[in-house]
Design a protein around this ligand. Structure first.
Ligand code: UDP
Length: 327
């Protein structure tokens, strides 16, 4: 298929691109490079641009016979979304709506959307299945939920078929390619602990150890970025084969606490470093674990990286290599 990938220079997007190319698809990647890295775009055609630019989108659809879209271009910092909500509603909803309008005009009917477990908010039951109530606690999660609602209407009214993938905690790096996780600022646990192991940071802070969990620290479901990427390829192919619109969770189904992640990093890296207890971070649910049974059953998706140490090893390899040159 010829696929338009938005946000393909980002952490998850660059891994999706590699898996699309490996599967033999043709790609056009669009990214504004505000957060993405040009060197993470490993092949296909690349256009530096913003999905807010409707003329550019028209040109891309007119020049290329795009058959499906995988849409990842978005802002994704929970903390920032609670300080600057307008940025999130604008970039994650209004700009993404441009894309849908242009798709409809050019009669492109398949879209895979990068959504998030943050649409659920504080869970009422664990593991979280797709029919769990959605009650996002932050603007980031809400912006993704708004767009899912728009997609439902575009399907109903225009027949645009979509699959929304609700990610849990993406982690790791492709073991062969020179791509990995590099956010600026970095807020995610695994890269921060790895930076501490490398000596780039003095210590790692545990945000709260008085949660109702086995060791008091928060529990998350870490999924390897290549397993996540594979789900996008399966999803776009399924849509092209006539699959109906749907929503899927993506996690491993295993939960690891912050303390367990730190212990696993120490084991994998063979480095010791200082760990300090700090206050809770606002808006952090105690436990987030996915049920991914639905995508396993419907799309035959199977995660290849089931162990936390294996996931951390791939990230460590990339971090040790120095990451991106412009970092
Ligand atoms: N966390 C932490 N110290 C850090 C960064 C994160 O204790 O320096 C915790 C955070 O409070 C959460 C878990 O690690 O409970 C995972 O956080 P991350 O930001 O990686 O992902 P999130 O679950 O927020 O999407």
């Amino acid at each position: 298929m010829k696929i338009l990938l938005t946000g393909g220079a980002g952490y998850i997007g660059s891994h999706v691109l590699k898996r699309l190319l490996d599967a033999g698809h043709d790609t056009v990647t669009i990214d504004n490079l505000k957060k993405g890295h040009k060197e993470a775009v490993l092949g296909g055609e690349f256009i530096e641009g913003d999905i807010g630019n409707k003329e550019l989108l028209h040109r891309v659809f007119a020049e290329h016979k795009i058959e499906g879209v995988i849409h990842l271009a978005a802002d994704s910092l929970v903390g920032e979304s609670m300080k600057d909500p307008g940025k999130y509603y604008h970039n994650n909803v209004a700009k993404a709506l441009n894309l849908l309008e242009v798709m409809v005009e050019h009669d492109v009917n398949y879209l895979v959307f990068s959504s998030t477990a943050a649409v659920y908010g504080e869970p009422e039951s664990i593991p979280i299945a797709e029919d769990h109530p959605t009650n996002p606690e932050n603007v980031y999660g809400e912006s993704k939920l708004f767009f899912e609602k728009i997609l439902k209407r575009y399907d109903q009214i225009h027949g645009l078929k979509y699959i929304s993938l609700r990610y849990f905690n993406a982690a790791g790096a492709d073991p062969e390619a020179k791509i990995g996780e590099a956010h600026d600022p970095e807020t995610h646990l695994i890269p921060i602990v790895l930076e501490t192991a490398l000596g780039i940071r003095d210590k790692i802070y545990i945000f709260g150890d008085d949660y109702p969990t086995k060791d008091g620290s928060c529990i998350r479901d870490y999924i390897h970025v290549n397993d996540l990427a594979d789900a996008h390829v399966l999803a776009v192919e399924a849509l092209a084969e006539g699959k109906n619109s749907d929503i899927y969770n993506l996690g491993c189904g295993d939960g690891y606490s912050v303390k367990e992640v730190i212990a696993a990093v120490k084991k994998v890296t063979q480095k010791d470093f200082e760990v300090e207890l700090s206050d809770r971070r606002a808006g952090d649910p105690a436990v987030l674990i996915a049920s991914s049974d639905k995508i396993k059953n419907d799309l035959n998706w199977q995660p290849q990286y089931q162990s936390l140490e294996k996931i951390i090893s791939t990230a460590w390899k990339w971090h040790k290599s120095g990451g991106f040159v412009d970092e």
